[in-house]
Design a protein around this ligand. Structure first.
Ligand SMILES: [Zn+2]
Length: 227
C-alpha cells in the first residue's frame, strides 16, 4: 500500500464529491487501498460520512477508492477510538506492512511485531485487498487481484526489456506504463533492486510520501505514524 501525502486544502466543499478533482490532482487516479488505477475513483471517507462531526466534508478525512475497496469497507465503523487498529496510507507507511509476490495477494511483512501484524491483518480485512481466487469472500465483480497480477506481468516484462536497454527513454516508457497500470507497490517490488527506478516511481506517482523512504529508497518509519 502506497504511503501518500494528501497535502493541505483550505477549500470549503459543498459536497464531498466536489473534492474529487483536487484529490486526483494530488494523489493520481488510484485507489488509496488496492492501488488500482481507476478513471473515476470515488471520494472515500476514512471515518464514515454519517458521523455527526463534520467529517463528511473534511479534506483530512478523504482518500480515493475503487468500487471494490469502497464496498468492502462500507459497513465498518471507523472512529477515533479504533482508527489505530488499521494502517492508513495518509498517516502510516503501509508499504512496510505488506510485501508483494507474483500471482499472490499482498502478504503481511514478517518483520513486523505481533502487534503490528494484527493491525496489518485488520487492514486487509477492512479493505479486502487480499481477496483472490479461493478466498471465501471474493465476489465476481472484484477484479483487484486480476488487475494486480496483470500489472505484475507487465512490470516483469518491461524489466526484461530494460536489461538490454536502460536508456532514459526506456525509463520514461516504464514509468509511463506503471502510471497507466497502477499498483505502485508492485512496480516498487519488481524494481526493488534498482534505486534509480524506485526513486522515479516515488517521484512520478503524484502524492507519494517521499519522507517515507531513505536515500537508498528503502521504506522507513513514518513520523507520527504507527509504522
Ligand atoms: Zn481499491
Amino acid at each position: 500500500m502506497r504511503p501518500i501525502e494528501r497535502g493541505v486544502n483550505l477549500k470549503l466543499f459543498k459536497e464531498y464529491g466536489d473534492a474529487r478533482d483536487d484529490l486526483i490532482n494530488q494523489l493520481g487516479a488510484y485507489c488509496s487501498y488496492c492501488e488500482m488505477r481507476i478513471p473515476t475513483p470515488a471520494v472515500e471517507h476514512i471515518q464514515p460520512k454519517s458521523l455527526p462531526n463534520g467529517l463528511e466534508l473534511a479534506w483530512d478525512n478523504f482518500l480515493l477508492a475503487c468500487n471494490s475497496c469502497n464496498s468492502v469497507k462500507k459497513d465498518k465503523n471507523i472512529d477515533d477510538n479504533n482508527l489505530n487498529n488499521y494502517f492508513w496510507a495518509d498517516s502510516d507507511n503501509p508499504f512496510r506492512a505488506f510485501y508483494y509476490e507474483q500471482n499472490r495477494a499482498p502478504q503481511i511483512s514478517t518483520s513486523l511485531t505481533d502487534f503490528q501484524q494484527q493491525i496489518a491483518k485488520n487492514t486487509l480485512e477492512l479493505t479486502g485487498i487480499d481477496r483472490e481466487p479461493l478466498h471465501p469472500k471474493l465476489s465476481k465483480k472484484d477484479r483487484r487481484w486480476k488487475e494486480r497480477n496483470e500489472a505484475w506481468d507487465d512490470a516483469l516484462s518491461v524489466k526484461e526489456d530494460f536489461k538490454s536497454n536502460s536508456s532514459e527513454e526506456m525509463k520514461n516508457t516504464i514509468i509511463r506504463l506503471a502510471k497507466a497500470k497502477g499498483f505502485w507497490s508492485v512496480w516498487m517490488t519488481v524494481f526493488a533492486d534498482d534505486i534509480n527506478m524506485r526513486y522515479l516511481l516515488i517521484q512520478e506517482f503524484k502524492g507519494t510520501s517521499q519522507a517515507c523512504f531513505d536515500a537508498s529508497m528503502q521504506p522507513i518509519h513514518r513520523a507520527g505514524g504507527q509504522i
